[in-house]
Design a protein. Structure first.
Length: 56
């Protein structure tokens, strides 16, 4: 049996979703929703990786 983790893991779903929505909203403001979505996706991946590394 392995010992219990010292910290509980954190979920990344809400920050990822918010990054996608905010990116799309900014893209819409500049009439470039696809570019905004892709920018939000890049930020979302970064957030997900940082949270994953922090929990590891």
């Amino acid at each position: 049996m392995s010992p219990p983790p010292s910290r509980s893991p954190h979920g990344a779903g809400a920050p990822i979703t918010l990054a996608l929505l905010i990116g799309t909203g900014v893209g819409l403001a500049f009439r470039q929703p696809t570019i905004g979505f892709l920018g939000g996706l890049a930020v979302a991946v970064l957030i997900g990786v940082l949270l994953w590394r922090r929990d590891a």
